[in-house]
Design a protein around this ligand. Structure first.
Ligand SMILES: Cc1cc2nc3c(=O)[nH]c(=O)nc-3n(C[C@H](O)[C@H](O)[C@H](O)COP(=O)(O)OP(=O)(O)OC[C@H]3O[C@@H](n4cnc5c(N)ncnc54)[C@H](O)[C@@H]3O)c2cc1C
Length: 313
């Protein structure tokens, strides 16, 4: 359970608190506002604020005074056009703010996305909880043989148990050392009165990368789509993908038309090179084409055949 009883009560109090507004709100997103969606073993992602809706994208694109009397199909058509032609700024009119609890090694990948505003939990000021990530057995995989940046077959049996034991024992030992160095009881008094304890900013440095941190993360919709295209993709590491997939579900509630356009023209679409297009045209004309005659290198050939759903042999 990622939230304590006290934190749950705070969430419930926020949810009970409603405010009248003239601004656009989205009932489907209001329904889950503040509610943490569990991710991994102790993590979560929850929406804490947002600005705009599908209508805001259309309004900005048309620079109009109000919502007008257009039909949903017209808005969908315009949003599809904007997504297909890679327009940016209309999508930047919408913003969303998340509260995320995530392992430090996931945070290191996530923070590479420079277009968000981030405020992280301070382990200089506060004490980190004794919570660390342990992969579920089905996610305990060996190094991939073909892709140096990926996972291969699942590790099973005694080897899997040994790995999980090592991960748990190392994290527990690290946390025990951390609390020993802090030398503080729950009331903030020294456990061992013979010394003052180490500063929090120093004691934290022996914790392993699977310990959880938290942050508030605010981003506009255009850059969120860029993040999701990279991190909800099967090439992304499973752990960050789990967060991206939970966030995609919030985007579907928030801006259903833009979400559908994103799936259609980005997420499930493909970019084809000029040479790749020539290959497709030759195939459509009934010409036999193989990798050697295609002008593509073996990797590009495999990727194109995968996009076309054909054997690459
Ligand atoms: C599968 C995968 C594997 C990866 N492997 C590695 C790895 O091995 N090593 C590694 O170091 N990283 C790795 N990365 C991180 C990757 O290289 C990018 O740093 C990360 O995905 C952020 O992408 P971004 O810069 O497009 O995003 P953002 O920082 O969100 O930027 C969005 C866009 O804004 C523009 N932009 C933002 N800041 C600038 C700027 N200062 N100058 C110019 N344009 C800017 C760019 O157009 C950029 O695409 C990997 C990422 C993925 C998804």
């Amino acid at each position: 359970m990622p939230l304590t009883d006290e934190q749950r009560q705070e969430v419930a109090a926020e949810q009970a608190n409603t405010r009248p507004t003239r601004r656009a709100t989205v009932p489907a997103l209001e329904d889950i506002l503040y509610e943490p969606a569990p991710v991994l073993d102790h993590g979560f992602v929850r929406v804490v604020d947002y600005m705009g809706d599908d209508g805001a994208i259309v309004q900005a694109a048309r620079v109009s005074y109000g919502r007008g009397t257009r039909r949903v199909s017209e808005d969908a058509g315009l949003i599809n056009y904007l997504m297909r032609h890679r327009h940016t700024t209309p999508f930047e009119m919408c913003e969303i703010k998340y509260h995320v609890k995530l392992p430090i090694f996931v945070a290191r990948q996530w923070i590479r996305h420079r277009t968000a505003n981030v405020n992280e939990y301070s382990a200089r000021y506060s004490i980190l909880d004794n919570e660390f990530y342990l992969p579920r057995p089905e996610h305990l995989a060996a190094q991939a043989a073909t892709n140096r940046q990926g996972r291969g077959d699942v590790v099973e049996g005694p080897a899997a148990r040994r790995v999980l034991d090592l991960l748990r024992e190392d994290a527990e030992r690290a946390y025990a050392g951390y609390t020993q160095m802090l030398n503080e009881d729950d009331a903030g008094n020294p456990v061992d009165p013979s010394w003052s304890g180490l500063a929090r900013e120093l004691a934290r440095m022996n914790l392993s990368l699977n310990f959880y941190t938290q942050w508030y993360w605010k981003i506009d919709l255009y850059n969120l789509f860029h993040f999701l295209a990279l991190r909800a993709d099967p090439h992304a590491q499973y752990e960050i993908r789990a967060y991206a997939e939970a966030m995609l579900a919030t985007v579907e509630r928030w801006v259903p038309l833009a979400h559908a356009a994103f799936l259609e023209y980005r997420m499930h679409a493909a970019t084809i090179s000029a040479t790749g297009l020539t290959v497709i045209r030759r195939m459509l004309a009934g010409e036999p084409v193989d990798q050697k005659s295609s002008g593509l290198n073996p990797r590009e050939w495999r990727e194109l055949m995968a996009v076309l759903g054909r054997e690459s042999g």
